[in-house]
Ligand binder design. Sequence first.
Ligand code: NAP
Length: 320
Amino acid sequence: MKKRFLRDLEVSAIGYGCMGLSHGYGAVPERSESIQLIRQAYDMGCTFFDTAEAYGAGDNERLVGEAVKPFRNRIVLATKLHLNKSEGDTAAVIRNHLEASLKRLGTDYVDLYYQHRIEDNDRVEEVAEVMGELIKEGKIRGWGQSQATEDQIRRANVVTPLTAVQSEFSMMERIFEKDVIPACEELGIGFVSFSPLASGFLSGKYTKSQTYTGDDVRRVITRFAPENVERNQPLLDLLYDMAWKKKVTLAQVSLAWMLHKKEFIVPIPGMRKVERMEENFGAANVELTQDEYERLEMELTKIPVYGNRTDADIAKLRNM
Ligand SMILES: NC(=O)c1ccc[n+]([C@@H]2O[C@H](COP(=O)([O-])OP(=O)(O)OC[C@H]3O[C@@H](n4cnc5c(N)ncnc54)[C@H](OP(=O)(O)O)[C@@H]3O)[C@@H](O)[C@H]2O)c1
């Protein structure tokens, strides 16, 4: 697969978001099947794997760590820590979280270590300083922030240059194009798009009669509410039109659009089927012409997106 850089870390142009193998999208595959999927992703050229301590309460890190063992040193392994406001001494807390992640992953370094959500705005610089120390010690190769504001990115980057910012970005969620993505460009920081297919919506394979069970976040994501599936159809029509002309799929057009936008953007879709991996990783070879890209950009400005921002919907889960 083609390669890209997140500051100085070289990764495949499309990474693998491994969360859904343990958490967030309902029933999970058998563990052996998940390990197989991750190894098949590597065989398809994927060298960027994303997990977090929070996914499946540590199970996802164990799973990913075991799966990547045969090629551990040839990939970029990313994980994330949650730093709760109530937790004390920043350095000690981060080190404890990292040690626990390393143990679960079965490795002695993390390539890219993110702060998952920034709950304590006052500690941004302190966190950045600790991350800098961990880089010097060789425990992590680079660090990142997830769903950070432009201000948090700039403040952190002064202390220890950020390798990447990971935030939600897709044709249905474009808020970070206003300030965060331009700031990443200016500062030489990579941008990793999570939920690049808007939880699968942009593949066009989910109908209004589809139901979601268990811990599947689409139970609360209002873009998947039957009335909004209907109202968001013009977006899928636009994708369908371009996909039909280029003989590719809707998901591939969505991913190719963000790859075309900036060379420092790396999407990490989540998939639990080989054919979806082939489809999504195959998007790295789908080139949009400048005319096609501009047409999509122009049409997208005319199409409203129905449903809330995902974060607002997911917050509801806490009260369910
Ligand atoms: N930093 C954060 O706060 C944060 C938050 C959310 C996610 N993440 C990371 O980002 C990764 C990706 O996010 P995501 O999983 O929400 O991404 P996504 O790719 O937008 O959504 C994944 C869902 O879409 C479906 N899907 C993917 N490709 C498809 C295709 N070609 N056709 C039909 N359906 C398709 C998947 O189905 P199947 O799984 O059933 O195949 C899965 O249910 C996560 O795995 C995680 O590592 C980070």
